[in-house]
Design a protein around this ligand. Structure first.
Ligand SMILES: Cc1cc2nc3c(=O)[nH]c(=O)nc-3n(C[C@H](O)[C@H](O)[C@H](O)COP(=O)(O)O)c2cc1C
Length: 391
């Protein structure tokens, strides 16, 4: 896994949101990242070193003058691949912006800024503090020094008011950390679209026809594309909370319409698009009370979304299709690749691909080259696919 051997140093400051970082530590550890924690002295009013040490399996650092063998702020700076300050208090943000180094966390920041390794701030504070022009000025200054920020959210705050200042969701902090760790900045201007999920074709006001696609493969592809630095847009039939752009659609026609409006460098068509839709959609719920015998539903063919988009493909654009069958997989995939004029096709079988956390795929290139990827997590498969299809 690409995340193995990566070292994350988390800086926890004194905020009512500090306890949320326990979950962030767990998430990093679950994904094989090494975690060390430095806290301010004030943060210890809100969190316990025992919990941190148990979750991170490392010492919790907060005393600058404790070690006689090690200069802690330098050794931690050297150890880390990224420094994530979460939650970042107004006080610590301001100290960092002014170059103050009056505790272990701010001393690390001072040393770390010169290292050119990524730094991510996740601020959390009361709305008044967030809107304070001095704080905003300090954030602007840190951004100019290449520090990344994940904006706090609007919502109900611990002080009893509603407004901007809540710590960003832990999942979003996790994702932005991975993007900072793995991105190639040359990818930032490359537009990559992923379609995902099973389409839902309405029958009446409450019923629809769909399929068993969970959207997990597509989500893994979009997530890794985001971590690698691509400008990602997802066209999805499932609800997702992510830092990249998400366009929600239901039907094949809506997906096609959304795609026709978008420019792209890479288009990965992992959505399971329904082949048929109801000819007539009832505006109200069809009631069995009004039907005495069988109910016949007439289905008509949907347009072939990937083939329609591929017709107008420009020279420099790449389209990656998916083929899912339970027999003659490679022949079907090759025929689809050729007939629909795709650049790559990812062949996968119903029994391994649908509604699972793992997958096993074969990538077929337009040139005829075939690459088999053995059974692995959908996240690892996604990364391997991107390494083959994106240049
Ligand atoms: C209950 C409570 C909650 C607080 N929450 C926040 C907060 O969310 N964000 C913030 O910037 N300061 C918050 N503060 C104020 C900080 O704790 C204070 O500015 C402290 O000096 C910051 O120390 P540090 O930056 O060294 O961790 C809070 C204070 C209290 C008493």
């Amino acid at each position: 896994m690409k995340t193995e051997n990566k070292n994350i140093l988390i800086g926890i400051t004194s905020s009512i949101a500090s306890y949320k970082i326990y979950e962030l530590i767990r998430l990093f550890k679950k994904n094989n990242l090494n975690v060390k924690i430095v806290t301010t002295q004030n943060a210890l009013e809100f969190i316990s070193p025992l919990v941190i040490e148990t979750l991170s399996e490392n010492k919790c650092f907060y005393n600058q003058f404790e070690s006689r063998e090690n200069v802690e702020h330098i050794s931690l700076t050297n150890w880390a691949d990224i420094f994530v300050i979460a939650p970042a208090s107004a006080n610590t943000i301001s100290k960092c912006a002014q170059g103050l180094a009056d505790n272990l966390l701010t001393s690390i920041f001072c040393a770390y800024l010169g290292s050119k390794k990524p730094i991510l701030f996740a601020p959390a504070m009361n709305t008044g503090m967030w809107e304070n022009p001095i704080i905003q000025e300090n954030i602007k200054k840190l951004k100019l020094l290449n520090c990344d920020f994940i904006e706090p959210q609007n919502g109900f705050l611990a002080c009893g008011t509603t407004g901007k200042g809540r710590l960003a969701d832990i999942d979003l902090i996790y994702q932005q950390t991975l993007r900072n760790l793995f991105q190639n900045k040359n990818n930032n201007n490359k537009k990559l679209i992923v379609t995902l999920g099973g389409t839902k074709e309405q029958i009446d006001s409450v019923r629809y026809i769909t399929n068993s696609s969970s959207g997990k493969m597509g989500t893994a592809l979009a997530d890794w594309a985001y971590y690698l630095g691509y400008n990602v847009t997802v066209i999805s039939t499932i609800e997702l909370k992510r830092n990249y752009k998400i366009i929600n659609t239901n039907t094949a026609l809506e997906m096609l319409e959304a795609l026709e409006k978008k420019d792209y460098d890479y288009l990965i068509m992992s959505a399971a698009v329904g082949d048929f839709r109801a000819e007539n959609i009832s505006k109200t719920k069809i009631s069995k009370e009004n039907i005495n015998s069988d109910f016949n539903l007439k289905l008509i063919k949907n347009p072939d979304v990937v083939a329609t988009i591929a017709q107008n493909k420009k020279e420099n654009q790449k389209i990656i299709g998916f083929c899912l069958t339970d027999k003659n997989l490679i022949e079907c995939a090759k025929a689809k690749l050729e007939n629909k004029k795709l650049d790559f096709i990812i062949a996968n079988e119903v029994k391994t691909a649908l509604n699972t956390n793992q997958n096993k795929v074969t990538i077929i290139e337009k040139s005829g080259k075939i690459i088999d990827i053995e059974l692995d997590s959908k996240e690892n498969i996604a990364l391997k696919i991107l390494e083959v299809v994106c240049d």
